[in-house]
Design a protein around this ligand. Structure first.
Ligand SMILES: [Zn+2]
Length: 353
């Protein structure tokens, strides 16, 4: 076991052991118990009543980096000034999986220290939860005034100095374009193509893709509804935009946002989205090579697509570059599904089986 020693000598008590004497006892104890002493922390001539203990605080800080797994003191009163202090720092060490050992005392947890430690634990938890609650309360307050509560505002909006939303005219043009094109029957691919060609970018500065278009078409903020707290649980601090919370937890205020899209366009888009949702995924193909073949031009994955095209609206099943599908920034041609699968199977048959 690796351990650190801590010794303190306070000027206000002339009767206590010197630092040297404390360390001698600790060294002997380590030898007897086959403990490897890796670091020594001392505080000399420090009064027990102040928190001016640089050696001690350094030891506590070092307890987080795995240097040692125990702290050895000569007597427990060297470790801390009072019971509160003792419980507080013991808990800190415990959190880092470090034991406190006293050469002279048997440190079985006394009933009092158990209670004190659990009270401290409870208080720490109370503080952090209460803080979270206060933050939420503050955000709700802000939301009820239809103000921005943090993060990046949606495409089409800026946040004014007083945290209210104002329309960003350049971005709002992209939003209107998306809604109008979709309402007039254009597909995602065409919309993406036109937007990217005209130099519009998403809120994060990237070319538009199917997902970003879809998220925009669904966002009620564009028809003037202020929405707060829609996204459910945050994982790693990020909002999960695909899972919504219960309706009663969400704050929705009609007319709370400056609107970008009129009701008529919104309705048209909404209807078309609902219709397309029903038709999606109705036919399935098995793509043997999906996830296995990549575009030779851009390195993007080649993924399966079914398309009805040509004069007779005949079915074409093929693999297409996913970069091309998403953002139109690659010009790789689609490859016929049967052709490429046949090619791979032939090759496998000849060379492996
Ligand atoms: Zn490509």
């Amino acid at each position: 076991m690796k351990a650190a020693a801590y010794a303190r000598y306070s000027s206000d008590n002339q009767r206590e052991e010197s630092i040297e004497a404390q360390l001698r006892a600790i060294r002997e104890y380590c030898e007897r118990n086959r403990i490897q002493l890796v670091k020594i922390y001392t505080d000399e001539a420090r009064s027990a009543t102040t928190d001016d203990r640089p050696g001690f605080l350094q030891m506590i800080q070092d307890s987080t980096i795995g240097l040692f797994s125990a702290v050895i003191v000569h007597k427990l009163d060297r470790f801390s000034r009072d019971r509160y202090d003792s419980a507080f720092y013991k808990r800190q060490l415990k959190k880092n999986c470090i034991r406190l050992v006293s050469v002279l005392e048997n440190l079985d947890d006394s009933p009092e220290s158990i209670i004190l430690e659990s009270v401290l634990e409870g208080m720490a938890e109370y503080y952090s939860r209460n803080l979270a609650r206060e933050v939420m309360k503050g955000m709700k307050e802000t939301a009820l005034q239809c103000k921005h509560t943090g993060g990046k505002p949606p495409l089409g909006y800026d946040v004014a100095r007083d945290k209210t939303y104002v329309i960003n005219e350049h971005e709002a043009r992209a939003v209107r374009l998306i809604f109008e094109m979709y309402a007039s029957g254009k597909g995602y691919s065409d919309i993406i193509h036109i937007l990217n060609n005209e130099g519009y970018r998403t809120q994060t500065g990237r070319p538009f893709g199917k997902n970003s278009i879809h998220e925009i078409l669904k966002n009620e903020k564009y028809r003037g509804v202020y929405i707060f707290n829609r996204s459910a649980s945050k994982k790693n601090g990020k909002r999960n935009h695909h899972k919504s919370k219960n309706e009663d937890e969400i704050i929705k205020i009609e007319g709370g946002m400056p609107r970008i899209i009129d009701d008529e366009t919104w309705e048209k888009v909404n209807k078309r989205m609902a219709k397309n949702k029903k038709g999606a995924n109705s036919a399935k193909e098995t793509y043997l090579l999906s996830g296995l073949i990549y575009c030779s031009k851009c390195g993007g994955a080649m993924t399966g697509t079914r398309k009805f095209a040509g004069r007779n609206k005949s079915l074409y099943v093929s693999y297409e570059c996913s970069t091309r599908k998403r953002t139109k920034t690659c010009d790789m041609k689609a490859i016929n599904k049967n052709y490429v699968e046949g090619l791979v199977i032939d090759h496998l048959e000849k060379n492996i089986f």
